[in-house]
Design a protein around this ligand. Sequence first.
Ligand SMILES: Nc1ncnc2c1ncn2[C@@H]1O[C@H](COP(=O)(O)OP(=O)(O)OP(=O)(O)O)[C@@H](O)[C@H]1O
Ligand SMILES: [Mg+2]
Length: 426
Amino acid sequence: MNAPWKPGGGLRDPFHAFVCDDHSFDLLRAVAAELGWAPEKVNKGGMRNAVQTLSISASPQILFVDMSESGDPLNDINSLAEVCEPGTVVIAAGQVNDVRLYRDLVASGIQDYLLKPFGADQLRDALAQAQAVFMAPRDAGPERPHCTMAVIGTRGGVGASSIATSLAWMLSDKKKRSTALLDLDVHFGTNALALDLEPGRGLTDAIENPSRIDGLFIERAMVRASDTLAILSAEAPISQPMLTDGGAFYQLMEEFRLAFECSVIDLPRNMLIQHPHLMSDVNVAMVVTELTLAAARDTIRILSWLKTNAPQARVIVVANKVQPGSPEISRKDFEQSIERKVDVLLPYDVRVASQAAKLGKTLAETAKGSKIGAACTALLAEALGAAEEDGAVNVKAGGKGDSLLSKIDLKGMLSSRRKDKVANEG
Ligand SMILES: Nc1ncnc2c1ncn2[C@@H]1O[C@H](COP(=O)(O)OP(=O)(O)OP(=O)(O)O)[C@@H](O)[C@H]1O
Ligand SMILES: [Mg+2]
């Protein structure tokens, strides 16, 4: 469940029960005693007493709660979740024999539901199962190792968010990997908009209350774009500065690792300055750039930053919005200046981009059959290839002690660009 840890939370009782009738009361006390648990931890008062008690005391390892007097079981489970700390395994009991209710309760984080009247053996089985769940390592999750990919634009508007949403969509749709998309542009993010979704309050809640972030929170707070793609984003009021030390983001990424196969983070470049630790466990860093002078300078700076601050990350350089004819800087000059190759090149295609915006679909989904579609497929292959590689990092940079910026002649590139321009005009 997802209440913040309370002081003394480390000293959890193994068991606490809240029942409604005498028969359940006696049975639970007897079975609790058999298991070595204090019978006085079996209380009367059902769900209402459970919520009241847990709001002022540490949550137990296993909680048994009788819902027979509950008028709105799902709502009551949500109230319980508010006061019950992460990790508690909850067994509910009730008189309603309805498979839909059972499914809804399980989806809300309940471990088991016992139909009343239940016998001692049923109760023992449910408690043994709950003990096993409480003891089990939490990360016995997906078969494939988790991969976290961060998408960083070197300049504003280069298309980093278009590529982050496209990458997440391709991973989830084409590769059928369960994927989390996290838009860390908290005030101006467009990931939800691009997928034609409302951002919801999930990310704002996470920032405001980082201690509530756990598996159940993730399940509830994320907005589903499909069976395999879930998104967490915000449209925080622009009158409100973001007050966070970045801990919430880091914790979200941790939870994604347990709950999904892939995470794609749309990471505004200023976040690197504010919260460098966000990159410390990223597997693939996708640096999105345009072929311009300013972008060349900042690509160099960001690659150098990554080398120092995220040496484990495989780096992919993506040039986006590349126009035919003479770009501000040619691909060759750009590659020379950043001292590595551009891995993927996406053409400028205003038709596909505006179509994507109109349809509320990602660039990759809209671009099927076009050049940009083929480039997106190449981008996905690069990303997965990088994720699967291990060993040395792929950021090529200058020798020890060299300033990368000092090694290139930006002014010279600019003057040759001007010469080209004059030649083209002439
Ligand atoms: N290859 C492309 N061809 C044409 N337009 C594109 C291309 N890629 C992205 N765009 C368009 O460029 C605009 C900016 O894209 P996007 O929001 O993805 O950039 P960004 O780098 O995330 O911007 P910001 O710095 O605001 O976060 C959008 O209107 C998008 O549709
Ligand atoms: Mg963006």
